[in-house]
Write a protein that binds this ligand. Sequence first.
Ligand code: SAH
Length: 247
Amino acid sequence: MKPVALLTRILAPAIALALASAGLHADDPFAPLRDAMVREIADMSSVTRDETGRAEFAAPVMAAMARVPRHRFVPPDEESYAYENRPLPIGYGQTISQPYIVALMTDLAQVGPGDVVLEIGTGSGYQAAILAELAQAVYTMEIIEPLAVQAGERLGRLGYAKVQARLGDGYHGWPEHGPYDAILVTAAASHVPPPLIAQLKAGGRMVIPVGAPFMIQYLLLIEKAGDGSLSTRQVLPVRFVPLVGGG
Ligand code: SAH
């Protein structure tokens, strides 16, 4: 066999594979960046295993991170940074959380297909979209009106029909649809809001950053047992924008 023919034979499968994945990604030039972001999250989860107790996040969580187009949740001038593993500004002094933190919070909440989930702090709607990939229904609340409106429209445009977004002070929760299997709070509170504890189902999980603004905050995992008793684990030091309201 001539060297060229041999080379072609050796390379053909690799070329076919490259073409196939290019085809797969043809409609979404951001897909390779998103895959790289997912690998970075996997590396980071293994580094933080001692603190989080999770060396790897659940496969459905990682699959959701690989599916949701984060670049559609950031302002146009941030689009090229959308798959960097860091928070990004979304206007009004707020941020879309770091992808690793989104994955960690989702993993800790152990969201399953039958679950009804409440999120406080819609922001861009990105975390809500990740939750919608895993849950039966997602209710999300945002206190800044333009963000609430934009996120609701964006989620509708992207086909996230399982998400209902509304303007309001999430300190008081959204009792009409509770109790919830999981509650995620994506802004730092000085204390765990009692209304949210009340709206957590027995057997449910709440993930919430707690601490004073601009001081060390800790991500807490709060579990409500079948008898209603609570257990709390301090997972990781984090930095979130403050939860406002509560009055
Ligand atoms: N989960 C968001 C990131 C949220 S940043 C995302 O995926 O993009 C935190 C958000 O919480 C901000 O948009 C802020 O306006 C909102 N927030 C702060 N206090 C709130 C409150 N009491 N009720 C509802 N939303 C609140």
